[in-house]
Design a protein around this ligand. Structure first.
Ligand code: 5BU
Length: 261
């Protein structure tokens, strides 16, 4: 019987979203559960980070709307780097509106996110129409949706009932929802990918409400799958060496989980 603690390869068979299956298989073959949150503000910095850190990661997480010199050439370059280094792209857009509006936000505007991001995330707060709206924009492309179940920030309002309601919404859309942003695995089911931001090598906080846990507490204690790291890597003196440290910590934590099953 497979669970959320089974190995990624086995869990890929249970995930019903092809993008999610692809991510689990990539994590297994590349031996990394590290996502880089590439929170920089110029195209050149983003491309340089993706190229230098790409070999260490399964996912590049972007905030495309903080780039102040955005042109479509940037996302073309990111797609080329994703092929070169074998990572997937997650735009951390946190959609939060009615279905009809998020459809246009996903497909249109200047960013045309649906054309280049393998996956995006959305708040469950507006109800299931947000999932249908986003799904209606993908038009046959392989795309996955991640629901926000639990944030890392101090004082967030996502209580246990909210998390359960989010899981229920995911279960009603298993062909598009591939997992969650969460601090704890939401269920024992092998099909959902649980991704956790707010990760550093040591616990702590920042000045604006961010709370950090370690890779081990996220993966071993809280049962999550992907560690999302931003400033812990990008503000290091040697981001490449630091990414390798996070990669190793995340991967060893995963190996401990599957071997203790
Ligand atoms: P940091 O530099 O590792 O703190 O960056 C964390 C990133 O993850 C940043 O891009 C946030 O927008 C993002 N994030 C988060 O920190 N916490 C959350 O609950 C969610 C996203 Br959802």
């Amino acid at each position: 019987m497979e669970t959320s603690r089974s190995n990624y390869q086995k869990r890929a068979e249970y995930c019903q979203v092809s993008t999610g299956k692809k991510l689990l298989r990539l994590m297994d073959s590349k031996k990394t559960n590290l996502a880089l949150s590439a929170d920089v503000t110029t195209s050149a910095e983003l491309i340089s980070l993706a190229d230098r850190i790409g070999p260490e990661i399964c996912l590049l997480k972007t905030h495309i709307d903080i780039i102040h010199d955005f042109t479509p050439a940037l996302t073309t370059s990111l797609r080329e780097l994703a092929d070169k280094h074998q990572f997937m792209i997650f735009e951390d857009r946190k959609f939060a509106d009615i279905g009809n509006t998020v459809k246009s936000q996903f497909a249109g505007g200047i960013y045309k996110i649906v054309e280049w991001a393998d996956m995006v995330n959305a708040h469950s707060l507006p109800g299931p129409g947000i999932i249908d709206g986003l799904a209606s924009a993908i038009e046959g492309r392989d795309r996955g949706l991640i629901l926000l179940a639990e944030m890392s920030s101090r004082g967030h309002l996502m209580n246990v009932d909210y998390m359960h309601a989010t899981l229920k919404m995911a279960k009603e859309h298993p062909e598009f929802v591939m997992g969650f942003i969460t601090q704890h695995a939401l269920s024992d089911s092998p099909q959902w990918i649980n991704m956790t931001p707010g990760i550093k090598l040591f616990p702590g906080t920042d000045a604006l409400g961010q709370q950090y846990n370690t890779p081990e507490s996220a993966i071993i204690e809280n049962g999550t799958d992907v560690i999302i790291v931003g400033r812990g890597i990008i503000q290091a003196d040697n981001p490449q060496a630091e990414a390798q440290k996070y990669r190793e910590r995340g991967w060893n934590a995963y190996l401990r989980c599957i071997s203790s099953k």
